[in-house]
Write a protein that binds this ligand. Structure first.
Ligand code: NDP
Length: 295
């Protein structure tokens, strides 16, 4: 049996954010512009509120300026698009983030495409997706897959030539993750298999993986028999399950049956404290990069 090591996203994110914090202080000391993130939140979805709040909190902790713009669920698409236009033109703003999902009456596609690609720190704009696919350094990479790449890098996880299996093919997690892992970079240079809800023999494919990234939103989906001895397992999933014993009334559960799977892994991320904090660190790095681009 291999010795399992926890991939501590909280600790890694802290180290990364600390470096950014020092860089920001240095910029401030030399009279350079301080990074400014503008976040838009529509409605009162509890999870979305939590995510936006932790992003704003991270900004405050590392010396970024942040602006939180909140709208009621009923806000018109036009009003939202007008606000994005205003932020695009506002020279003080480096990054614009619209927390998804949006209410059904608003087109997410229109909103994402309205954000100036140069301020799209979430990396969802087609221009950034295109640049990411071509491996261009200018691209803003979607925060969650970027955070996972940073986690692999900072913990020196070998990826070259490995078989990586990505569960999920969403535009914000699974798809970009599969591209980044297959790129000619380090981390990267994996042979990647993407699985989704129509995949046949999913258990068999998973059990051949050296690296598994689970991003499907199905609590404790990945079981021990689907994981090879010594595999690296990255758990992206976050599902809120009711739990009366918790003060919040819920607990967070990943896509991996952690208790069962962890003993077989060489490395595994916990939920919470794994990919979540790394996503925020990646977003901060993107915002910093956007600010430096404007120098
Ligand atoms: P989506 O719902 O957009 O995508 C889920 C993907 O998983 C789809 O491609 C779907 O397939 C696939 N899928 C669903 N069920 C199965 C199954 N039983 N077997 C195989 N594939 C399946 O989710 P997201 O990508 O946005 O998010 C995934 C999870 O990650 C969620 O729990 C979300 O909360 C979490 N998340 C966490 C973040 C973090 O910071 N830690 C950030 C973003 C998301 P198909 O395409 O065929 O429908």
């Amino acid at each position: 049996l291999c010795k399992m090591q926890l991939l501590d996203g909280k600790k890694t994110a802290k180290a990364i954010l600390n470096t950014v914090k020092i860089d920001v202080a240095q910029r401030a000391a030399t009279g350079k512009k301080i990074p400014h993130l503008a976040a838009i939140l529509v409605g009162t979805n509890g999870a979305s509120q939590t995510y936006v709040n932790s992003k704003v909190k991270a900004c405050n902790e590392i010396g970024f300026i942040s602006t939180l713009i909140e709208y009621e669920e009923e806000v018109s698409e036009m009003k939202l698009l007008d606000k994005i236009q205003e932020l695009n033109e506002d020279m003080s703003v480096d990054g614009i983030l619209v927390q998804l999902p949006l209410p059904a009456h608003i087109s997410e596609r229109k909103v994402i495409e309205a954000i100036a690609a140069s301020k799209d720190v979430d990396g969802f704009h087609p221009e950034n997706i295109g640049r990411m696919i071509m491996g261009e350094a200018e691209a803003f990479i979607p925060a969650t897959p970027y955070g996972i790449m940073l986690l692999l890098e900072h913990n020196n996880i070998p990826t070259k030539g490995k078989h990586a299996v990505v569960l999920g093919r969403s535009n914000i997690v699974g798809r970009p993750m599969s591209i980044l892992l297959s790129n000619n970079t380090n981390p990267g240079n994996c042979t990647v298999t993407v699985c989704h809800s129509r995949t046949q023999n999913l258990n068999e494919i998973c059990s051949q993986a050296d690296i598994i990234v689970a991003a499907i939103g199905q609590p404790e989906f990945l079981k021990a028999e689907m994981v090879k001895e010594g595999a690296v397992v990255i758990d992206v999933g976050i599902t809120r399950l009711e739990d009366a014993s918790k003060k919040s009334g819920y607990r967070l559960v990943g896509d991996v049956d952690f208790e069962q799977v962890a003993p077989k892994c060489s490395f595994i991320t916990p939920v919470p404290g794994g990919v979540g904090p790394m996503t925020i660190a990646a977003l901060m790095k993107n915002t910093y990069k956007s600010c430096v681009n404007g120098d």
